[in-house]
Design a protein around this ligand. Structure first.
Ligand code: A3P
Length: 297
């Protein structure tokens, strides 16, 4: 058993405008909400475990014409500050990192639409949102919450499904999150991507992001970016795979950050009864929107 596993976690979630978050995020929120981006800044927004890091690495490579050396200059949270995160061992707060960087910057957030600082919309910043089907997102979060020692203990699987369904995980309800950005995507010019589409045809999605960023590259450079952002390449990339995190935050002896990277892993976890109950509840929560999620390819 790892040294960290038997250490009891006392971290709790608190609410900001009805959304469960870690206490340090709540304490930092007033400052975050007042943050004013430059119009040239780009926001990458996701519910945790939807493929944030994958899109971040893709965007960084696109912005650097596929130059992998430049993109390996620093760990991903240093290259792309995590807006609402306060200082962690070895990594300054998102706001402090942003202060030290010149625009255009790429900024990561897990905040739901209504908690994103208004300046992003006032300044018409570009925003890329990535969504992943609920059941795979839940499974990925379940493993992540076990190895992320700053999050509350996830507890057993059955209870975790309930917490997910009730929006009681860090950054709140998956359902409200994906709906919030979906409903605003056209008005705010948000590029709304799906993890499953990226798995199905990564090249098509890289090209989609490239066009959104008003960039254009040769087929060779695009192929290179697709290769550098494959699951295998990113798992082996020490600047993207989170092996740089302090052991007091991620216990990588339990699970790696780049865990499996598949669509449909939920089938290895949900019993038929759990899937049925989950789907029934899902239909109710999602009945007013038609977001084309796919749970298998
Ligand atoms: P799994 O736990 O299902 O493996 P985030 O970056 O939002 O925290 O999301 C992490 C999830 O995205 C993990 O899912 C991780 O393996 C997966 N992921 C990261 N990079 C990926 C890639 N290049 N291809 C496919 N999946 C990737």
């Amino acid at each position: 058993m790892s040294e960290n596993q038997d250490r009891k976690r006392s971290n709790l979630l608190v609410q900001v405008e009805g959304v469960h978050v870690m206490e340090h995020i709540a304490n930092n929120y007033n400052k975050v909400s007042a943050f004013c981006p430059d119009p040239s800044d780009l926001l990458i927004a996701t519910y945790p475990k939807a493929g944030t890091t994958w899109v971040q690495e893709t965007v960084d490579l696109l912005l650097h014409s596929g130059d992998s050396e430049t993109c390996k200059s620093a760990p991903i949270p240093v290259r792309m500050p995590f807006l609402e995160n306060s200082a962690r061992p070895g990594i300054p707060s998102g706001l402090d990192l942003l202060k030290a960087m010149e625009p255009p910057r790429v900024i990561k957030t897990h905040l739901p639409f209504h908690l994103v600082p208004k300046g992003f919309w006032e300044n018409k910043c570009k925003v890329i949102y990535v969504a992943r089907n609920a059941k795979d997102n839940l499974v990925s979060y379940f493993y992540f919450d076990q190895m992320n020692l700053t999050h509350p203990d996830p507890g057993p699987w059955e209870g975790y499904i309930q917490k997910f369904m009730h929006g009681q995980l860090a950054w709140g309800s998956w359902y409200d999150h994906v709906k919030g950005y979906w409903e605003e995507r056209e008005r705010r010019n948000i590029l709304y991507l799906f993890y499953e589409d990226m798995k199905e045809n990564p090249r098509r999605e890289v090209e989609r992001i490239m066009r959104y960023l008003d960039l254009s590259f040769s087929d060779d450079i695009i192929s290179r970016i697709v290769e550098l952002t494959s699951f295998k390449s990113m798992k082996d990339n020490p600047m993207a795979n989170y092996t740089f995190m302090s052991k007091t935050i991620f216990d990588l002896s339990l699970y790696t950050f780049m865990r499996k990277g598949e669509v449909g892993d939920w089938m290895n976890h949900f019993t038929p009864q759990q899937a049925e109950e989950f789907d029934e509840d899902y239909e109710k929560k999602m009945k007013h929107v038609n977001i084309p999620f796919r749970t298998q390819l």
